[in-house]
Design a protein. Structure first.
Length: 253
């Protein structure tokens, strides 16, 4: 028996990185899985590997974010679980962020989850059925680095949205939780380190050596935790935003 047997799971931002790890883990645990991404070739490759249903979508468009749910319902009859894993991490400080960059972060990191949740919760409530949502957030929502100002602004909003929606729909038995992940080893992080920080081929090895556990966060470990939160095994927990990192928030040397 898998943790997600007979569940229909939608992973938004599921074509690469953490999202792709969640797609693989959810399929392994018995779910029928749909996932979104912008790049057809990447999505088609993951679909062929896993048997999951790829939905090409640009989540910056709120109609497409909402539509990711309605398309999943049309194909599979319902949505039992939603994961919002898409994230934009392009850099900007308080002093150099343009309105266009700020709006891009809000569109992907906050508005897209809002309208996907709106559609998914409407489906769950309309069927009078329980459901679960997990939002992938960031430990930077606690404050973050100076060069992540628009990212932190949007992701901090997602923290508040997670708790607000969980409270609003607790008696509908819709559980909504968030995961504040730390520095994670993904293809996107590799590209970011090279593009914005001039990192060389050995950046990951050097970064891992400086971490308490000797490695960055691992996609498969995060994915297993997300599957647990989506499943009935996580019990009654809702409205929790969990810090998933090896850095202790508030700890000082």
């Amino acid at each position: 028996m898998g943790l997600l047997d007979d569940k229909v799971v939608l992973v938004n931002g599921g074509s690469q990185g953490v999202g792709a790890g969640i797609v693989r883990a959810a399929v392994r645990e018995g779910a029928t899985v749909a996932f979104t991404g912008r790049r057809a070739e990447v999505g088609d490759e993951l679909a062929a590997e896993t048997g999951a249903h790829f939905l090409r979508a640009d989540l910056a468009d709120p109609a497409q974010a909402h539509g990711s749910v309605t398309r999943t319902v049309a194909a599979h009859g319902r949505v039992d679980c939603l994961v919002n894993a898409a994230g934009l991490t392009s850099r900007g400080s308080l002093l150099d962020t343009t309105p266009e960059l700020f709006d891009a972060h809000i569109a992907i990191n906050l508005r897209a989850p809002f309208f996907a949740m709106q559609a998914a919760v409407a489906d769950m409530v309309g069927r009078k059925a329980p459901g679960t949502v997990v939002n992938i957030i960031t430990t930077s929502a606690h404050g973050g680095q100076p060069y992540l100002a628009p990212y932190v602004a949007a992701k901090s909003g997602l923290v508040g949205l997670t708790r607000n929606a969980a409270h609003a729909h607790r008696f509908d038995r819709v559980r909504i939780n968030g995961l504040n992940i730390g520095w994670t080893d993904t293809e996107g992080e590799d590209a970011t380190q090279r593009a914005f920080h001039g990192a060389g081929d050995d950046w990951l090895e050097k970064a891992a050596e400086q971490q308490p556990m000797g490695k960055l966060g691992q996609v498969d470990e995060i994915a297993d935790f997300v599957v647990f939160l989506l499943s009935d095994r996580s019990g009654v927990v809702t409205g929790s935003v969990i810090d998933w990192d090896q850095i202790v928030i508030g700890g000082l040397d």
